[in-house]
Design a protein around this ligand. Sequence first.
Ligand code: CDT
Length: 310
Amino acid sequence: MSRSLTVAAAQLGPVGRDEDRASVVDRLIALLRQAHQRGAVLVVFPELALTTFFPRWWMDDPAQADVWFETEMPGPATKPLFDEAARLGVGFSLGYAELTPDGHHYNTQVLVERDGSIVATYRKVHIPGHASHEPWRPFQHLERYYFEPGPEGFGVWPALDGQIGMMICNDRRWPETYRVMGLQGVEMILCGYNTPIHYPPDPSQDPLAGFHNQLVMQAGAYQNGTWVVASAKGGLEEGVVHLAQSCVIAPSGQVVAQALSAGDEVVVADCDLEWCSRYKDTLFDFDRYRRPEHYGDITARRGVSLEGGS
Ligand code: CDT
């Protein structure tokens, strides 16, 4: 028996500083329609898809950046995307900067069902970069200045006839991201990202950006028996080159589809969610093989307390 979910990673090319929400949403709708024509019922858009990657700029007052944030979802600019997706019967996931009514700033991704209803909102847990101006860098990565970490952690939701989880960009580099969702039975993890290829604190990592991108997601998929769908904002954006390489990864860890360009592109794969059980019920049968009851013993033997003292 198979349980097919045809999914599209809707990669975006650069979004300029002066590009308004309406024109970006037009691009998203064009990608949505292409994905639908190719049979997709779920479309994954990138992190902070509605704007340029603004954390590359320092602003003396962080409130100046509020123009890049959404105060409602859908709002007037994003409603056409919600309407077209519901008309086509396509679910989607969209990354955006969220300003909550009580003043919190999050890097957020929403999951929307085929009927246009919001299933879940995930707020990025791992906030990378730095929190103050570092003029020595050729460009800033001020996510820690503009965003708070999401307080809710990682969830998994029944949607699209499967068990769906979300992570955002830097989250994908941390094994616990996948494991926390794996322990909740995740079958498909949706991820948007903006990854500058140049890493100023250690440029020796630059040539490895694409390798590391795949290394972490292929390992996370395999070790937790889950599909991973990753959608980039790639290309040269406001002078900074971003990794493209959007892809779909199977529970075997194999890349089954990948972007060919660094621009707007739809990457489609037909995913059998039953494939997850081949791994979840065998080599990575958590109930059978994981031994969390031993973790305390190991740390005690090494003279390390779980509280972090010694
Ligand atoms: N957007 C995002 O999380 N990007 C990070 C860049 C890390 S370097 C500060 C990433 O992990 O791809």
